[in-house]
Ligand binder design. Structure first.
Ligand code: ADP
Ligand code: TYD
Length: 229
């Protein structure tokens, strides 16, 4: 495979990273962004919740472990409010400029965490996606599924390390095992339902091995898009 990936084309390219807490999304996103930038692509990196001024304020409410009594439907509404803002302010404009957008989490997270974890179900999440996001779907979703206990332990260690200089963002990580098990199973369900968009990568491999698999997938998708545009 050539290390210079094909251009994104005039309609841009929207790639999301998904997976449970600590599965390695941010690590892989950073490596992919660095590779793409080094090979001359115009890349926008963002994350959800957050990534805009309004979104960062919503993120603080959602992730702060001091936030109490947040109803599940409020949580769901805030996730989609954050996303609608990110689409309007960051994602749509970048795609319209033909850029590559790399987003750490998107609607699959809402389906997994609020639909699965909070047991609101997929249906309400997918209907809200239609209304709040105009149905905007990623061209490609990389779903990192590492061993369930190991990834949770990694996320908790990382939060402990950053707790001294960053806000406490442990509200979801402190949920119990059953919650995280439901998140994991819902991710598997999404991948089985949408095999053309969602690619599962075994997250327990070395970081570089995962990176190579991601490069191959991105190369394949960009070529396919270039062929039709
Ligand atoms: P996420 O964004 O999914 O929460 P991170 O990329 O922040 O995950 O990774 C969580 C922790 O696990 C970090 O300390 C990171 O260095 C480490 N890590 C990431 N990928 C791997 C991997 N493939 N093997 C071992 N450790 C990893
Ligand atoms: P973040 O630090 O971005 O994720 P990670 O721990 O994987 O690096 O935290 C975001 C948290 O918000 C994460 O626990 C998943 C949760 N979340 C939802 O519950 N629903 C959503 O729609 C999104 C985008 C995130």
């Amino acid at each position: 495979m050539s290390s210079v990936l094909p251009r994104a084309g005039s309609r841009g390219f929207f790639l999301t990273f998904e997976g449970p807490d600590g599965s390695g999304k941010s690590t892989q996103l950073r490596k992919l962004a660095a590779h793409l930038e080094a090979t001359g692509h115009s890349v926008v990196v963002t994350r959800q919740p957050g990534g805009t001024h309004v979104g960062d304020r919503i993120r603080a409410i959602l992730l702060d472990s001091q936030t109490e009594k947040l109803a599940s439907m409020t949580e769901l509404g805030l996730m989609f409010s954050d996303r609608a803002q990110a689409i309007a302010e960051v994602i749509r404009p970048a795609l319209d400029q033909g850029r590559i957008v790399l987003c750490d989490r998107y609607t699959d997270s809402t389906e997994a965490y609020q639909g699965g974890g909070r047991q609101l179900g997929s249906d309400v999440v997918l209907r809200m996606h239609g209304m709040m996001c105009g149905g905007l779907q990623p061209d490609l979703t990389i779903l990192l599924l590492a061993d369930f206990d190991r990834s949770l332990a990694r996320a908790r260690r990382r939060n402990d390390r950053t707790a001294a200089f960053a806000p406490n963002e442990g509200r979801f990580e402190s949920e119990n095992r059953d919650f995280h098990r439901r998140v994991y199973l819902k991710y598997r369900e999404i991948a089985a339902r949408e095999p053309g968009r969602v690619f599962v990568i075994e997250g327990d491999q070395p970081i570089d091995a995962i990176h190579q698999q991601i490069l191959a997938l991105v190369d394949q998708k960009l070529r396919a898009l270039a062929a039709v545009s």
